[in-house]
Design a protein around this ligand. Sequence first.
Ligand code: FAD
Length: 479
Amino acid sequence: MGDITGFLKIKRKEAGNRPVVERIYDFSEVEQILNSEDRILQAARCMDCGVPFCHWNCAVDNLIPEWNDLLFRGDWKAAYRRLSATNNFPEFTGRICPAPCEHSCVLNIQLESVTIRENEVAIVEKAFSEGYIKPIPPTNRTGKKIAVIGSGPSGMAAADLLNRAGHEVTLFEKEAKAGGLLRYGVPDFKLSKAVIDRRLDLMVKEGVSIRTNMNIGTDISVQNIVNQYDAICIAIGSAMPRDLMIEGRALNGIHFALDFLVAQNKINGGESVDTALPLNAKEKRVVVIGGGDTGSDCVGTAIRQKASGVTQIEILPKPPMVRTPDNPWPFYAKVMKTTTSHEEGCERIWSVSTARFTGAEGNVTGVEIEDVEWQMTEPGCSMNIIPDTRRIIEADLVLLALGFVHPVSDGLVDELCVELDVQKNIKTEKGHATSIPKVFAAGDAVSGASLVVRAIASGRRAAIEIDRFLRLPSDDGSG
Ligand SMILES: Cc1cc2nc3c(=O)[nH]c(=O)nc-3n(C[C@H](O)[C@H](O)[C@H](O)COP(=O)(O)OP(=O)(O)OC[C@H]3O[C@@H](n4cnc5c(N)ncnc54)[C@H](O)[C@@H]3O)c2cc1C
């Protein structure tokens, strides 16, 4: 550890965001990158505390104190080597991970945590700009062929590691471009798609074959893939949205959040959009139902499309500003979060349930809400409607951001007859093996909708198991 009292002398300093008045006129990334000198100072704040709780709360087991120390010493190259040892895509997590590591940082008990996520992205961006991330194709090939189905972060991570292990990997994707929710869900203002293209380009140069516009189970049978490949990794995500089947649901103008986000992402990416009139919030009163991150992404997108007003509603109570006694360090702090999209101008309402949608001439005109109160019960908590609190929020566009329930079963899942768990996610044993021989699964398709860092971790673990499986001696002893 370089500066043993760094955390006492140096305050947390974030890179900051572009000003609201500027950024709402474009879809470019909101967050900036701190200059190298300040970044090194920020790394000096890491205490190397002995028991790195940051590491404990990082799904990919990032060696955080180690690369912070290397960064503090100005050895950016070694810091990148240490970072990339556990994370295939620090440029993704460094931009959009909610950074559970920072919640667990020991400094966070009394002071502000180390800027771990920003340090991560600074290290990887320096590595790209200095040119020491280069394609390194494997020197030996095993002759084994693997199909990875789904090109989100879990599929990309599995494909990357398996290729590096010398296997011949084909990454199949049903959309026109690879990247999964990173490309089509997460807005450009959080993650520029050039960042995904840069990584995919590297993977292709290292030997991964990417085949887009291939919906496995629809365009080509899964059985066909199973017959052709030595192992298969299913990484199809969890794309079935949760619906809200209340009065008025069939009115025009009520859409799933992801359809709205996909349309804008496709337009930004120069792709054609499926519908004749792409979903757009221009001059509309927008109500986003669901207070999570997907909802927040809808807020930022609607603001950029020049909505006349945006309201985001949430059934849960407003979170506290600071940790409560039942949510102590080092666990993820369940506290009030204001995203950059919220800063751009939206009304937020908590503890409200949606009673019905109102409409005229087949179009939505409002969302009728009512207040609810939450009570702690044993076990869990219960929700009661507060009588006589019904009121209508006027709306021309309603976006349902209520999460995702499980992977889409039409096509691949149904054809394969793969065993599912009670939530209808793909069931795997510890080693990511499914109920079908030589078929493995990873990411949100297994865990349910989660985070990029967990998808990468899952893809990595699946790759290790697939590699182990392929190296097992076969029954006839041929190896
Ligand atoms: C709007 C939104 C914003 C988010 N923001 C964040 C964030 O800021 N930070 C964060 O950590 N997480 C965020 N997440 C969650 C994160 O994006 C996911 O957890 C992660 O992408 C899951 O990765 P995955 O590889 O398992 O699946 P996905 O990213 O969903 O990728 C699955 C891929 O499989 C493809 N596919 C599906 N079926 C087939 C088939 N039959 N044949 C071929 N291809 C197929 C899909 O087209 C898709 O490309 C967000 C999610 C959403 C929806």
